[in-house]
Design a protein around this ligand. Structure first.
Ligand SMILES: *Cc1c(COP(=O)(O)O)cnc(C)c1O
Length: 224
């Protein structure tokens, strides 16, 4: 069951230049169809197997966003129908996506995931690694680096969370400033989830990834 009222609230309250990705991981197809019926076209998933299945079963005009850690051997499962991969967290992964995309004569849109939280468990690249990959972008002819993604610390301290988002925005601006030729496509800043999306928007987010507010709490034991 989705929370239609909450979804409508979110849709109405988002600034027109901020895109909503409804994070439907662990949720059944019917929930996705309910949100789709209300006009949501962008859905986020974090497990390749689950995304592949949903891609096969659900309307083909859905834009699928991959937002989780992606193992190189799973790229094949999602690459043909993925709209945007938010979570490129290593050079090796970027390389492998590029190779798979090349085999298909495609260009795949990706975001670089940056480590901004103070929590050990969150994944991502350092600022230096981001700048290095951006420098090397000419060697990846089949991926387009469209921006950055980050997850803030899970914390009640608004200043801390805002500060982490601000640091990601700063890096985003630096890349744009130093690489003006990227300006036409390096445009996306994917930050903000159910608990912190308002803070992320204040700091310049262009894509928010919202799951539990729309779909309710996740229960990994729910069968698909
Ligand atoms: C699950 C997830 C979300 C959504 O989280 P909610 O708190 O349920 O809104 C956003 N981004 C990523 C990377 C996720 O894994």
């Amino acid at each position: 069951m989705i929370d239609k009222k909450e979804l409508k609230n979110i849709m109405e309250s988002l600034p027109s230049d901020v895109r909503l990705v409804a994070v439907s991981k662990f949720k059944p197809n019917q929930d996705i169809l309910d949100a789709y019926g209300l006009g949501i076209m962008d859905f986020g998933e974090n497990r390749p197997q689950e995304l592949k299945k949903k891609m096969e079963e659900l309307p083909t005009d859905i834009r699928w966003h991959f937002i989780g850690h992606l193992q190189t051997n799973k790229i094949k499962m999602i690459i043909d129908n993925v709209h945007l991969i938010h979570s490129v967290d290593s050079e090796k992964l970027l390389d492998s996506i590029n190779k798979e995309a090349k085999k298909r004569s495609r260009v795949v849109d990706c975001l670089l995931q940056v480590y901004i939280a103070t929590e050990e468990s969150k994944q991502g690249l350092t600022n230096q690694e981001v700048l290095k990959l951006v420098q090397q972008r000419e060697s990846y002819g089949n991926v387009r680096i469209c921006g950055l993604m980050g997850m803030a610390s899970f914390s009640e301290e608004k200043e801390k969370v805002s500060g982490e988002f601000a640091s990601l925005k700063k890096l985003f601006d630096k890349v744009r400033m130093e690489n003006p030729e990227m300006a036409s496509y390096f445009k996306e800043l994917s930050m903000g989830m159910s608990g912190d999306y308002a803070l992320a928007i204040e700091q310049g987010s262009t894509i928010v990834r919202i799951g539990s507010l729309i779909f309710g709490d996740r229960n990994s034991f729910t069968s698909l």
